[in-house]
Design a protein around this ligand. Structure first.
Ligand code: ANZ
Ligand code: ZN
Length: 823
């Protein structure tokens, strides 16, 4: 019979579903294993081969665990709410509601085709009111816990997506979604207080088993800096600014305080000072206004020439009483620290550049070779180690000691800063979960509201959720800083829940990343209409045992999910702080050496390949490219190698249906098989699928070579090892081998265990030397003694020649390693 992959794959996919092969008992499972993969977002007509790469790699691991006796739960769904899906709908001119239906069908069809062991009963679609009802519930929870707030500030604005973006969604100055350069806009927005958890988000990284590169990315993003806040007194002010005549700076290098030769404040702070009563000169005003405006314009944020202006104000260095100028420059950021710095050009690159450009003095206070020689003359900032000089009574002190001593000396205080900022969650778009909040002007004026700091705001009561997203014909973003929902009176006009007067519903929707920040909690309880998740189910299945996905989500989804889970834990809603015990980032797939992209027209659609080669072949080909965490280069020609391999497997089983037990050949077969079991087991555990596949290829060759010695038992073991990679062909061959009345899937069989007796090496390479010179090696049985070794050398003509009539004066024999004849 021919290997008809299409018929075979379709047959088993149907059967698996009918027989619930991949549906664990969510309440009674004895050994739960939650094998999760990042769910796809429909932002194109269908899955691309990169998705398939990720899903296959994750599925192999799940199948492996299932065969090891775990109750594996591998759910799937669609992250179909949000900008990505909406942008796609706009592009093809379809309403997102309609497009969601089309995408859903197509994505699920494809997801079935790739042959993953999905638990189809527990699907989750984020745009489904049954789901986003709970996304809104999450919002309300955060609000009630005081972790959601509104604030006006300068925020990222994507002129193409016409919405604000979170910092995490601005990648190298560009919109994460559309690649357009992002600018700044002053707007009132909703934020989540993720910064409150900065320290814990950082600390907990030590407790979870995640890809190191993702941990590093999160560490850098959270960006903990320990330093000091130091107050400088301002001079020559005509009157106080905002009621004060001091300026506070944040520094990580208080040890360099004696080297501070000027100060710099951000243009934003300068404007604030002007509003607070500072009468700046026209030139200064002009500079500050322009610098702030330029920040608002989308730029590419590359290193640009430093600009700045002297404010005319002088400050007093609290360490030495020196009067130093206060400058204004846009290299100081408004949103970090205090928005003001002490500049130490001798020891900070940026300050050095600035000082050079504006001819400000540079004073070295950290010397690398103290006290032997004088400090070197600088042509750039010295950022290395050393001892203090030119620093009064602190001269000769180490940097570390001086940090504390100088901070104390000037009455500064130790301060920890984080780079992380609060999560901006509102979006001025249509396709998302409406933020479930109501604002009442009347209550606001009376200072009434659910939270003191935010008069007039009320959360929609839980019993009224979901706040349904109305059908809006003109769903396109308007770019005015409001959502299209702001034009829908029937939507936003409501009565105040408290005073009964006219109030207004929030019309922004929440960030897509809120939808995905909790979806893993929903899966085991997907059918539950009473609560977002059931406590028992959650305790049984979470935290997720193995999570697989892209590293590009390092500081997006993977950070937000951790934050939300932490909040739930603190509120007593879950029993764990970390959602994913283990996370592995898969590599990226490229095509013939180039990144796959629509514009290059080299995006691989898996459908065609599955049609022409079968899902098993495509799965194995993808996994054969390289270690899973590394990614690989997709080349059409490569498919044929795997095709040939699976055809050989097919032929081998078809032709050798009856048992063969030629004892003489069995030893070789068993040895290869058990080595293969060991190798495949270890490789899958390490996600080195490529080398596991090589081992299976070697094993098949050994079977073919020693055909007469391959018994049924060995054949079955081989099929099991291949099953996670090629689930359909192995199921077909397994069923043909077993002749059972009752259906039992190979995928629920036990994983083979290597028998140690076949793993032991029985021979070794003996090194042969004459007068200490290496002359060759011999393969001899383990345990060979001096006499047998000598005999073996004598029998080998090439080696025997080295004796050439000379007498052997001495034999040096190292058991298990070498024999040396001294002539
Ligand atoms: C004096 C100094 C001397 C500094 C020196 C560095 C080296 P991280 O590690 O990123 O936290 N800084 C503080 N606030 C800033 C702002 N809003 N915009 C730009 N730069 C700012 O960096 C902390 C250092 O960055 C601070 O320490 C400050 O410069 C600068 F040899 O103070 B330092
Ligand atoms: Zn009211």
């Amino acid at each position: 019979m021919k290997y008809d992959f299409s018929a075979i794959e379709r047959r088993w996919q149907k059967k698996w579903r009918e027989e619930h092969v991949y549906e664990p008992d969510l309440d009674a499972a004895a050994k739960p294993f939650f094998n999760l993969m990042m769910f796809p977002y429909p932002s194109a007509e269908g899955l691309h081969v990169g998705n398939m790469y990720a899903f296959t790699g994750a599925d192999i691991f799940g199948r492996f665990r299932r065969m090891q006796g775990f109750d594996v739960f591998e759910p799937i769904g669609l992250d179909g709410f949000g900008i990505h899906s909406e942008n796609y709908a706009m592009k093809i001119g379809v309403h997102p509601t309609e497009q969601a239906k089309v995408s859903e069908k197509n994505f699920y069809r494809q997801l079935e085709m790739i042959g993953n062991g999905f638990a189809w009963n527990e699907r989750v679609e984020t745009y489904n009111p049954d789901y986003y009802r709970w996304t809104q519930w999450v919002f309300v929870r955060l609000w009630k816990l005081g972790l959601a707030y509104r604030k006006k500030q300068s925020v990222n604005w994507c002129p193409s997506c016409k919405t604000v973006l979170a910092d995490e969604q601005v990648i190298a100055g560009k919109c994460e979604r559309c690649g357009t350069a992002v600018g700044q806009k002053e707007l009132e927005q909703w934020f989540f207080r993720i910064t409150k958890y900065a320290d814990r988000l950082l600390k907990n990284l030590e407790t979870i088993d995640w890809s190191e590169r993702v941990k590093i990315a999160q560490r850098n993003w959270i960006g903990k800096s320990e330093g000091s806040e130091i107050v400088f007194k301002l001079e020559n002010l005509s009157e106080k600014i905002n009621g004060t005549d001091t300026i506070t700076i944040f520094t990580t290098r208080p040890d360099t305080l004696f080297g501070a030769t000027f100060m710099v404040i951000s243009p934003e702070l300068a404007l604030e000072w002007m509003r607070g009563g500072w009468k700046a000169s026209e030139a200064v005003k002009k500079y500050a206004v322009k610098a702030v405006e330029e920040r608002a314009e989308a730029d590419e944020r590359e290193e640009k020439e430093k600009t700045g202006v002297d404010s005319g104000i002088r400050a007093v260095n609290p360490a030495n009483g020196e009067k130093i100028p206060v400058w204004i420059s846009d290299y100081v950021l408004a949103g970090y620290g205090t928005g003001a710095i002490m500049a130490v050009p001798a020891h900070d690159e940026r300050d050095f550049e600035f000082a050079k450009k504006f001819k400000l003095s540079v004073r070295m206070v950290i010397c690398p070779n103290y006290p032997e020689t004088k400090c070197p003359v600088l042509d750039r900032a010295y950022v290395g180690d050393g001892r203090l000089v030119d620093s009064g009574k602190f001269d000769g002190m180490s940097m570390r000691e001086a940090m504390q001593a100088i901070t104390e000396f000037v009455g500064g205080k130790p301060q920890t800063q984080f780079r992380l900022r609060d999560w901006l969650v509102s979006r001025q778009r249509y396709w998302g979960a409406p933020i479930p909040m109501i604002y009442c002007e009347t209550c606001a004026q009376k200072g009434k509201g659910e939270q003191k700091e935010m008069p007039g705001w009320y959360a929609v009561p839980e019993r009224d959720l979901p706040v349904k997203l109305p059908y809006v014909e003109d769903f396109r973003p308007k770019g005015k800083g409001t959502s299209p929902l702001a034009a829908v009176k029937e939507f936003y006009e409501v009565k105040c829940l408290v005073c009964g007067l006219k109030a207004r519903r929030e019309t922004d929707v929440s960030d897509t990343f809120l939808d995905s920040a909790w979806y893993f909690l929903r899966y085991p309880s997907a059918e539950n209409t009473m609560e977002p998740w059931n406590a028992g189910r959650t305790a049984k299945w979470l935290p997720v045992h193995m999570y697989t996905g892209g590293a590009e989500h390092s500081v997006l989804h993977l950070l937000y999910s951790r934050f939300v889970t932490m909040v739930f834990h603190e509120a007593g809603l879950t029993g764990f702080e970390e959602p994913f015990a283990k996370f592995r980032a898969h590599g990226l797939l490229i095509k013939e050496g180039a990144k796959m992209s629509k514009s290059k027209g080299n995006v691989v659609n898996p459908d065609e390949y599955i049609q022409n080669f079968g899902a098993d072949t495509l799965r194995m080909y993808l996994m054969f490219l390289a270690p899973f965490e590394q990614g690989g280069d997709f080349r059409d020609a490569g498919m044929f190698g795997i095709t040939r391999f699976l055809e050989r497997v097919w032929k081998f089983f078809e032709k050798n249906r009856e048992e063969k037990t030629n004892e003489g050949k069995r030893e070789a077969v068993r040895k290869t098989l058990h080595k293969t079991i060991k190798k495949v087991t270890e490789d899958i555990e390490a996600l080195h699928y490529n080398t596991a596949i090589s081992a299976l290829m070697i094993c098949l060759s050994a079977f073919e070579e020693h055909l007469e010695g391959v018994s049924d038992a060995e054949k079955k073991q081989f099929l099991k090892l291949l099953a996670p990679f090629a689930p359909h062909i192995t199921e077909e061959l397994w069923q043909k081998e077993s002749f059972k009345e009752e259906f039992r899937s190979i995928h629920r069989e036990g994983w083979p265990v290597a028998d140690a007796t076949y793993l032991a090496e029985t021979t070794f390479e003996l090194v042969v030397q004459f007068d200490g010179k290496h002359r060759g090696t011999l393969t001899v049985p383990v345990g060979t003694g001096e006499k047998d070794a000598t005999d073996a050398v004598m029998k080998e003509a090439k080696l025997f020649a080295y004796f050439s009539g000379k007498t052997v004066r001495k034999v040096i024999f190292v058991p298990g390693r070498l024999i040396n004849f001294v002539l």
